[in-house]
Design a protein around this ligand. Structure first.
Ligand code: CA
Ligand code: CA
Length: 259
């Protein structure tokens, strides 16, 4: 399992801006980059007849600091683009509508939100880089809670919590773990964590995303301060700023004993 925090779209746009843009010579003609946006009704990554264009979607070429918005027919167009190597990406991160799967008619990666890199010759043409959209679906889950089931007073133990991104877009992973009386949380290895009594908040750092299907595991260090009889470790997953479409996988519990 990879537990990787990645930059958000904004971070990616800034990182991509480090790509060197060859300035056009005065007599070099500019190039054109085109594409379109549509709504992928059946979510198959292919554009069937009847799947409607999307107007008003704005795309960005990060190294150029230039944006283009789709017209009523769903088409966007960058003109006078100097020769160079680029990607096209979303201008601003969206959550309500996200990219459909790529590899068919949609050229934008669901996780990086970028097209593949392409090189534009002087006066050249690139594209069309087409973007299919589907409704955004946030689904974070508690995949696993692990700790010694039988502990001894005085032990220091690890409580491992694994969260997984089961939605259709990159997202930070957050949650809480509440330990039973007798098991005192000391610290956690999450990028952002906080202990409040028996409750530990766990979070990937602000705007760090976990890719679709990926998981992160956080380890809580705890000390057994007293006997525990059928105590429960309760772990919850939470989304930030968007409803989770499946709440059934947001809680996991583990029974523990200490003597
Ligand atoms: Ca389709
Ligand atoms: Ca969920």
């Amino acid at each position: 399992m990879r537990a990787v925090a990645r930059l958000s779209a904004i971070g990616l746009a800034l990182a991509a801006s480090a790509v060197v843009v060859q300035p056009a010579m005065a007599d070099e003609p500019g190039g054109v980059v085109t594409g379109s946006a549509w709504f992928d009704d059946n979510g198959d990554g292919l554009r069937q007849p009847g799947e409607a264009p999307r107007a008003g979607y704005t795309f960005l070429i990060p190294g150029l600091y230039r944006a283009a918005t789709t017209d009523a027919n769903g088409n966007y167009r960058f003109e006078d683009v100097p020769a160079g190597t680029y990607v096209v990406t979303m201008f601003a991160r969206q959550y309500e509508t996200v990219f459909t799967k790529s590899g068919g008619d949609s050229d934008f990666d669901q996780n990086t939100l970028d097209t593949e890199k392409f090189t534009l010759a002087p006066g050249g043409q690139a594209g069309p880089y087409d973007a299919g959209f589907v409704p955004g679906r946030f689904d974070t889950a508690v995949d696993r809670v692990d700790a010694p089931r039988f502990m001894h007073v005085g032990d220091e133990v690890d409580v491992e919590v694994t969260y997984r991104n089961k939605g259709n877009q990159p997202t930070p992973l957050h949650g809480h773990a509440t330990l039973p009386e007798g098991l005192t949380p000391l610290s956690a290895n999450a990028p952002v964590w906080h202990v409040d009594g028996q409750r530990v908040s766990l979070s990937s750092v602000y705007q760090a995303d976990t890719y679709i299907g990926e998981s992160v595991t956080y380890t809580i260090k705890a000390r057994v301060d007293g006997p525990i009889r059928r105590g429960e470790i309760v772990v919850t997953a939470e989304t930030l700023g968007a409803p989770d479409v499946n709440l059934d996988n947001n809680v996991k519990k583990l029974k523990v004993w200490a003597f």
